[in-house]
Design a protein around this ligand. Sequence first.
Ligand code: SF4
Length: 236
Amino acid sequence: MVNLINKVNNVIDDQLHITQFKVKTNKLYGFKAIGSNTTSNQFCIKMNDPTKKIKINNKDLENNINLKNYVLICNANPWTNFALWTKRKDLIQKFFDKHKKPKNLILIYSNPSVDKPIQKTFGHFDKIFNNVSADKFTNIQNCTGQQCINCLRCYNKSSKNADNIIVEKVRNVKNAPNHICKACYSHKGINFRAHTMVKPLQKNSDLLSKDILKPIQIPRIIDRFFRFNHHGELIT
Ligand code: SF4
């Protein structure tokens, strides 16, 4: 309704773009997600290519606007479990040392090192997501081959360590790099489909990181499970 009014009145669209996964072969089939633009995120650019001379903003992490907005969305939708993958352990630590973490927010540390699985959660993280080469750690690979909708390990909190340590073989890459961001699926996907993907993802980057969302901009989610950042990373 708001979008319709905005279109009719020719007003700038200020609603978050929500991605729906409708392709049956997609790992996230059946899910909805809010992503942001990986290719404009300083942290992602640097992690994807460490030779680039880029300074990552590390100031005022305890008041990060992106996380404040995610917390607002979680609190407005208490029936939905939100899973957030992030490599920004510095940001998560500082922010949630100061702010209350919603019960329906599941924080997943995305371990950037390949073949060095972390086998225990730490800090504010509920789960750890590890990547390994296809032929290594085969006895502990537990996120290989299935779709999230048929698994949901990442979308339900658990007190069992076995439920909270996720290990996936690196997908669609012949020789796994030592650092998962060097084989970033998001950078590749966005660069390949820049004409359709950049605009909605950059709109989300701007809306999530520049200001606190107004009440009318906070999406109401009707799903039981939801994903933050299928593309992109927390923005500082
Ligand atoms: S372990 Fe997590 S990422 Fe892997 S299929 Fe299950 S829910 Fe999805």
